[in-house]
Design a protein around this ligand. Structure first.
Ligand code: MLT
Length: 201
Protein backbone atom coordinates (compact mmCIF):
# COMPACT_ATOMS: atom_id res chain seq x y z
CA UNK A 1 0.00 0.00 0.00
CA UNK A 2 1.22 3.52 -0.71
CA UNK A 3 2.50 4.96 2.56
CA UNK A 4 4.93 7.13 4.47
CA UNK A 5 7.05 5.81 7.33
CA UNK A 6 8.80 8.22 9.69
CA UNK A 7 10.95 6.79 12.44
CA UNK A 8 10.29 8.40 15.82
CA UNK A 9 12.92 9.52 18.30
CA UNK A 10 11.78 7.15 21.06
CA UNK A 11 11.23 3.46 20.28
CA UNK A 12 9.42 2.90 23.59
CA UNK A 13 6.60 4.95 22.04
CA UNK A 14 3.98 3.39 19.76
CA UNK A 15 3.79 3.44 16.00
CA UNK A 16 0.91 5.62 14.88
CA UNK A 17 -1.01 4.13 11.98
CA UNK A 18 -2.61 7.12 10.23
CA UNK A 19 -5.76 6.53 8.17
CA UNK A 20 -7.23 9.48 6.28
CA UNK A 21 -10.85 10.31 5.44
CA UNK A 22 -12.49 9.93 2.01
CA UNK A 23 -10.62 12.01 -0.54
CA UNK A 24 -7.58 12.38 1.71
CA UNK A 25 -4.00 11.19 1.39
CA UNK A 26 -1.28 9.79 3.60
CA UNK A 27 -0.10 13.34 4.30
CA UNK A 28 -3.31 14.59 5.97
CA UNK A 29 -3.01 13.32 9.53
CA UNK A 30 0.73 13.74 10.10
CA UNK A 31 0.22 17.02 12.04
CA UNK A 32 -2.23 15.20 14.36
CA UNK A 33 0.28 12.48 15.14
CA UNK A 34 2.91 15.08 16.00
CA UNK A 35 0.43 16.90 18.26
CA UNK A 36 -0.39 13.68 20.12
CA UNK A 37 3.15 12.31 20.52
CA UNK A 38 6.08 13.78 18.64
CA UNK A 39 8.36 10.86 19.62
CA UNK A 40 6.28 8.08 18.05
CA UNK A 41 6.89 6.36 14.71
CA UNK A 42 4.47 7.29 11.95
CA UNK A 43 3.10 4.82 9.42
CA UNK A 44 0.64 6.70 7.27
CA UNK A 45 -1.23 4.78 4.59
CA UNK A 46 -3.23 5.76 1.54
CA UNK A 47 -6.48 3.87 0.89
CA UNK A 48 -6.36 1.53 -2.13
CA UNK A 49 -9.87 2.31 -3.39
CA UNK A 50 -10.73 5.25 -5.64
CA UNK A 51 -14.26 6.63 -5.59
CA UNK A 52 -14.56 9.25 -8.32
CA UNK A 53 -10.87 9.94 -7.89
CA UNK A 54 -11.09 10.10 -4.08
CA UNK A 55 -8.95 7.63 -2.12
CA UNK A 56 -10.80 5.44 0.41
CA UNK A 57 -10.00 2.33 2.44
CA UNK A 58 -12.96 0.23 1.22
CA UNK A 59 -15.90 0.48 -1.16
CA UNK A 60 -19.34 1.72 -0.22
CA UNK A 61 -22.64 1.18 -1.98
CA UNK A 62 -23.95 4.60 -0.92
CA UNK A 63 -23.20 7.21 1.72
CA UNK A 64 -23.02 5.30 5.02
CA UNK A 65 -23.78 1.91 3.39
CA UNK A 66 -20.68 -0.20 3.22
CA UNK A 67 -19.76 -2.96 0.78
CA UNK A 68 -19.19 -5.57 3.50
CA UNK A 69 -17.36 -8.03 1.29
CA UNK A 70 -14.88 -5.36 0.25
CA UNK A 71 -14.62 -4.07 3.84
CA UNK A 72 -13.56 -7.54 5.02
CA UNK A 73 -11.13 -7.96 2.10
CA UNK A 74 -9.55 -4.51 2.65
CA UNK A 75 -9.32 -5.09 6.41
CA UNK A 76 -7.26 -8.24 5.73
CA UNK A 77 -5.15 -6.37 3.20
CA UNK A 78 -4.37 -3.64 5.75
CA UNK A 79 -3.63 -6.24 8.44
CA UNK A 80 -1.16 -8.01 6.14
CA UNK A 81 0.41 -4.69 5.28
CA UNK A 82 0.91 -3.92 9.01
CA UNK A 83 2.51 -7.32 9.61
CA UNK A 84 4.94 -6.76 6.73
CA UNK A 85 5.67 -3.13 7.62
CA UNK A 86 6.62 -4.08 11.20
CA UNK A 87 9.34 -6.34 9.76
CA UNK A 88 10.46 -3.94 7.00
CA UNK A 89 10.77 -0.95 9.35
CA UNK A 90 11.63 -2.89 12.49
CA UNK A 91 9.00 -1.54 14.88
CA UNK A 92 7.07 -3.36 17.61
CA UNK A 93 4.12 -5.10 15.95
CA UNK A 94 2.24 -5.23 19.25
CA UNK A 95 2.45 -1.48 19.80
CA UNK A 96 0.46 0.10 16.97
CA UNK A 97 -2.05 2.85 17.71
CA UNK A 98 -4.36 3.77 14.86
CA UNK A 99 -5.41 7.38 14.38
CA UNK A 100 -8.23 7.56 11.85
CA UNK A 101 -10.73 10.06 10.59
CA UNK A 102 -14.10 9.14 9.06
CA UNK A 103 -13.49 6.41 6.45
CA UNK A 104 -10.04 5.85 8.00
CA UNK A 105 -11.60 5.54 11.48
CA UNK A 106 -14.05 3.02 10.04
CA UNK A 107 -11.36 0.69 8.73
CA UNK A 108 -9.48 1.04 12.04
CA UNK A 109 -12.69 0.01 13.83
CA UNK A 110 -12.99 -2.88 11.37
CA UNK A 111 -9.46 -4.07 12.32
CA UNK A 112 -10.63 -4.11 15.96
CA UNK A 113 -13.89 -5.89 15.11
CA UNK A 114 -12.13 -8.69 13.24
CA UNK A 115 -8.75 -9.21 14.93
CA UNK A 116 -7.69 -9.43 18.55
CA UNK A 117 -4.08 -8.32 18.09
CA UNK A 118 -4.31 -5.93 15.14
CA UNK A 119 -4.00 -2.77 17.25
CA UNK A 120 -2.90 -1.84 20.76
CA UNK A 121 -5.19 1.17 20.68
CA UNK A 122 -7.10 3.52 18.44
CA UNK A 123 -8.10 7.16 18.26
CA UNK A 124 -11.20 7.26 16.09
CA UNK A 125 -12.48 10.61 14.82
CA UNK A 126 -16.13 10.35 13.70
CA UNK A 127 -16.26 6.58 13.18
CA UNK A 128 -19.34 4.47 12.43
CA UNK A 129 -20.10 0.87 13.38
CA UNK A 130 -18.14 -0.93 10.62
CA UNK A 131 -20.24 -4.12 10.69
CA UNK A 132 -23.15 -5.44 12.71
CA UNK A 133 -24.12 -8.95 13.76
CA UNK A 134 -20.63 -10.40 14.21
CA UNK A 135 -18.89 -11.56 17.36
CA UNK A 136 -15.97 -9.34 18.30
CA UNK A 137 -12.65 -10.74 19.59
CA UNK A 138 -11.52 -10.18 23.18
CA UNK A 139 -10.29 -6.57 23.21
CA UNK A 140 -9.38 -6.38 26.90
CA UNK A 141 -5.87 -5.09 26.10
CA UNK A 142 -7.11 -2.35 23.77
CA UNK A 143 -7.68 1.35 24.54
CA UNK A 144 -10.03 3.32 22.29
CA UNK A 145 -10.86 7.01 22.11
CA UNK A 146 -13.89 7.98 20.03
CA UNK A 147 -14.57 11.59 19.03
CA UNK A 148 -18.11 12.21 17.83
CA UNK A 149 -20.13 15.25 16.81
CA UNK A 150 -23.60 15.86 18.27
CA UNK A 151 -24.76 17.15 14.85
CA UNK A 152 -22.87 14.80 12.57
CA UNK A 153 -25.08 14.19 9.50
CA UNK A 154 -22.98 11.19 8.38
CA UNK A 155 -22.77 9.53 11.77
CA UNK A 156 -25.89 9.87 13.98
CA UNK A 157 -25.25 10.05 17.75
CA UNK A 158 -26.76 6.58 18.29
CA UNK A 159 -24.14 5.10 15.95
CA UNK A 160 -21.34 6.43 18.19
CA UNK A 161 -23.10 5.10 21.30
CA UNK A 162 -23.54 1.70 19.61
CA UNK A 163 -19.86 1.57 18.64
CA UNK A 164 -18.83 2.38 22.21
CA UNK A 165 -21.15 -0.32 23.57
CA UNK A 166 -19.99 -3.00 21.12
CA UNK A 167 -16.32 -2.32 21.92
CA UNK A 168 -17.02 -2.26 25.66
CA UNK A 169 -18.91 -5.54 25.40
CA UNK A 170 -15.69 -6.94 23.91
CA UNK A 171 -13.88 -5.65 27.05
CA UNK A 172 -12.07 -2.73 25.38
CA UNK A 173 -11.35 0.36 27.46
CA UNK A 174 -13.39 3.02 25.61
CA UNK A 175 -13.73 6.75 26.05
CA UNK A 176 -16.39 8.56 24.00
CA UNK A 177 -15.85 12.31 23.63
CA UNK A 178 -18.60 14.56 22.29
CA UNK A 179 -18.07 17.78 20.38
CA UNK A 180 -20.83 20.26 19.58
CA UNK A 181 -20.03 19.87 15.92
CA UNK A 182 -20.76 18.00 12.71
CA UNK A 183 -18.55 15.52 10.85
CA UNK A 184 -15.50 17.78 10.68
CA UNK A 185 -12.33 17.04 12.60
CA UNK A 186 -11.87 19.81 15.17
CA UNK A 187 -8.71 21.02 16.89
CA UNK A 188 -10.42 20.61 20.25
CA UNK A 189 -11.11 16.93 19.76
CA UNK A 190 -7.50 16.37 18.72
CA UNK A 191 -6.40 18.09 21.94
CA UNK A 192 -8.82 15.90 23.92
CA UNK A 193 -7.42 12.81 22.20
CA UNK A 194 -3.90 13.94 23.13
CA UNK A 195 -4.95 14.39 26.78
CA UNK A 196 -6.55 10.94 26.83
CA UNK A 197 -3.47 9.35 25.24
CA UNK A 198 -1.11 10.97 27.79
CA UNK A 199 -3.03 9.63 30.78
CA UNK A 200 -2.63 6.09 29.42
CA UNK A 201 1.14 6.24 29.82
C1 MLT B 1 -17.51 5.92 5.04
O1 MLT B 1 -17.92 5.73 3.90
O2 MLT B 1 -16.53 5.36 5.52
C2 MLT B 1 -18.27 6.92 5.85
O3 MLT B 1 -19.46 7.24 5.23
C3 MLT B 1 -17.48 8.12 6.13
C4 MLT B 1 -17.02 8.79 4.86
O4 MLT B 1 -17.75 9.60 4.30
O5 MLT B 1 -15.93 8.49 4.43
Amino acid sequence: MKHIFQRGSDQSKPTFLLLHGTGGTERDLIPLATEIDAGANILSVRGNILENGMPRFFRRLAEGIFDEEDLVFRTEELLNFLNEAAVTYNFARDHIFAIGYSNGANIAASLLFHHQDALRGAILHHPMVPRRGIELPDLSKVDVFIAAGTNDPICPAQESEDLKQLLQDASANVHLHWENSGHQLTLREVQEAAKWYRQLN
